[in-house]
Design a protein around this ligand. Structure first.
Ligand code: SF4
Ligand code: SF4
Length: 127
């Protein structure tokens, strides 16, 4: 499961993720991190069966946590032309054997590049 953790300027420089890993003994991947003096957002990928435990560990430290999908393909607009497939940097858009296009939500890192690539406005951002 992908989990976004969000923190303010007062927490920048604090080893938030390392502390949670040490406490819970659950390793996870950091997929993206945007941190500056105003605060930070980090997208982490947690094992599904440990996600709730990690979410609670972040929340107990006063860290905002969001779990979310980033984009969705509108099936009534998609023509399966494949343009979004070639642009996705993490292979989250899949060309199925039957030539249809599907989105693997668990792989998506929310870069949003696919939205502009679609000539039919079939991909929408989920806020
Ligand atoms: S670019 Fe748009 S229409 Fe083409 S396969 Fe992707 S979502 Fe479907
Ligand atoms: S938002 Fe980025 S990572 Fe997610 S499906 Fe679109 S191109 Fe791929």
């Amino acid at each position: 499961m992908k989990i976004m953790i969000i923190f303010g300027s007062n927490r920048v420089g604090e080893p938030i993720t390392a502390n949670v890993i040490l406490e819970k003994k659950v390793p996870f991947n950091i997929l993206t991190a945007k941190i500056d003096k105003k605060g930070g957002e980090m997208l982490i990928e947690a094992p599904d069966d440990k996600a709730e435990e990690l979410i609670q560990a972040f929340k107990s430290r006063g860290i905002r946590v969001e779990t979310r999908k980033f984009v969705e393909i509108l099936s009534h607009k998609c023509t399966h032309c494949g343009q979004c497939y070639s642009i996705c940097p993490v292979d989250a858009i899949v060309y199925e054997e039957d030539k249809s296009i599907t989105l693997k939500q668990e792989a998506c890192v929310g870069c949003l590049q696919c939205i502009d690539s679609c000539p039919f406005e079939a991909i929408v951002k989920i806020s």
